[in-house]
Design a protein around this ligand. Structure first.
Ligand SMILES: C[S@@+](CC[C@H](N)C(=O)[O-])C[C@H]1O[C@@H](n2cnc3c(N)ncnc32)[C@H](O)[C@@H]1O
Length: 453
């Protein structure tokens, strides 16, 4: 894998008008470097020209042509490239643009899908444009929720991407932050409404299963009498049980379920509210939140979602599905205003359970480690482990391709590493601010037996 030099990294950091994380900018840079001489890059959704600037810089010297489409004029983006001949901005809907492109008979090497973010937008963008890709061409989707968010932010995008992953339409799929990349070997493929409905029902079914698993546990957990003063990580872990599948998406639904139980089930005492109220400092009118959620569900013709027996007869086509999902997205976004602070608090309590590396001496049996996070904090952790005569087996990182190296060690994606079942004693979370996201990703992969340092 090509390692970017300092001036290239500085360039990427300087592109602060892109709606992209630094990791994502790096991914775009690397994927552009892989485009062959004379290749074609198409971007759906120009905005201020952030991604376009990256395609331009890293395609330099290779005679790469870049086409970027947006329904808005995007004057700021155009101003960056006056006089450039290999960047073409076109004001058009992505659909009209695809119809025009088909007549050109030019095969695209790299397609970046970042225009409309509703389900119907990404569904149509994929089906309109995939046939224009070269066989073996690369497609990149943006704003695909990470495992930790799981559809909380862009449910429509997640639903679509889960569908193409389920159907194995992407060869070598890789996710870096909120960017999903893969290779298209059969550009003639299409995703259907039926394919998408199958994924949608699976997402709903999984949400119901997890909510049901936690229902009693959490209602019990909310009872203040039991642990007003003893609320701590181990207690929470014991409530979460051995099959932790929780992430922000699921937690939003758990909170919605609490609201329903609290207000609609007379058997649930108001005492159960105490924990939520304690965290939210009585700042929220939970009954108003319950009303809002009920009204959204009712207004779109579904008594409640997700439900064990889901009546989806009103969803007859892609537009219906997209509208249904759009309302679900707004429900989740709204509810996260209250679910977020509670989730954060729970995660903080869990984080306190991670054992600090400075206490290694008390854990003599832990000899072989893997480090999650191939970055500066990961290197510090590695040094600390070596100083204490421990063995570092490998790094895991979402950003790296399996088998690449970092600091002299192999790097794998967490998915690959845990599937291989390589022998190790514990994981170190080598990150400053993202420990909880790492933790949630690991437990969602079934990691439940080792101590975190
Ligand atoms: C998230 S922004 C793109 C960000 C940009 N790729 C970057 O890297 O900074 C999405 C853009 O897509 C455009 N857009 C949304 N729906 C569209 C459609 N149907 N056709 C064309 N452009 C669309 C919006 O006007 C907006 O500028």
């Amino acid at each position: 894998m090509y390692i970017l030099n300092d001036s290239e990294r500085d360039f990427l950091i300087g592109i602060d008008y892109a709606l992209l994380t630094n990791k994502e900018k790096e991914v775009l840079a690397r994927k552009t470097l892989e485009v062959p001489d004379g290749g074609i890059i198409v971007e759906l959704g120009t905005a201020k020209g952030g991604a376009t600037s990256i395609f331009h810089r890293f395609g330099q010297g290779k005679n790469v042509s870049i086409y970027s489409y947006d329904l808005n004029p995007c004057t700021e983006a155009r101003a960056i490239f006056t006089g450039e001949t290999n960047v073409t901005f076109i004001q058009s809907t992505t659909h009209d643009a695809a119809m025009q492109w088909i007549g050109k008979n030019l095969a695209i090497d790299l397609l970046f899908v970042d225009a409309g973010h509703m389900f119907v937008d990404i569904f149509n963008d994929f089906n309109d444009w995939v046939a224009c890709l070269k066989k073996g061409g690369t497609i990149i989707f943006h704003d695909v929720d990470t495992k930790a968010f799981g559809g909380l932010n862009f449910l429509g995008v997640k639903l679509f991407c889960d569908t193409i992953l389920r159907l194995n339409l992407l060869t070598n799929p890789e996710q870096f932050d909120t960017m999903l990349c893969g290779v298209i070997e059969t550009p003639g493929i299409k995703v259907t409404f039926a394919d998408s409905m199958e994924t949608f029902t699976a997402i709903a079914k999984n949400a119901v299963e997890v909510i049901e698993y936690y229902r009693e546990r959490f209602l019990d957990f909310l009872s203040v009498e039991k642990h007003d003063t003893t609320l701590d990580g181990p207690k929470i872990l014991s409530y979460l049980g051995p099959h932790v599948k929780i992430n922000c998406f699921i937690f939003a639904y758990i909170l919605i379920n609490w609201l329903r139980e609290i207000f609609n089930n007379p058997a649930v005492s108001s005492k159960k509210l105490a924990f939520v109220n304690k965290i939210l400092s009585h700042a929220w009118n939970l009954s108003a939140w319950n009303n809002a959620v009920t009204l959204i569900d009712y207004g779109r013709g579904c008594h409640k979602f997700p439900a064990k027996k889901l009546d989806i007869s009103m969803i007859k086509d892609v537009n219906d599905l997209s509208k249904f999902v759009a309302l679900e997205e707004s429900k989740l976004q709204a509810v996260w205003q209250i679910a977020g602070p509670v989730f954060e608090k729970i995660v903080k309590l869990l984080e306190n359970e991670f054992i600090s590396l400075s206490n290694l001496n008390s854990y003599e049996n832990y000899k072989r480690f893997i480090i999650f996070g191939a970055g500066p904090t990961g290197i510090q952790c590695c040094e600390e482990l070596l100083k204490n005569n421990r063995t570092v087996i490998a790094f895991i990182d979402n950003m790296y391709i399996n088998g690449s190296t970092f600091n002299g060690y192999s790097v794998y994606t967490p998915e690959f590493f845990f599937k291989e079942d390589l022998s190790y004693d514990a994981v170190v979370l080598g990150s400053k601010g993202l420990k909880w996201q790492m933790y949630i990703q690991l437990v969602s992969l079934g990691y439940d037996s080792k101590v975190f340092f």
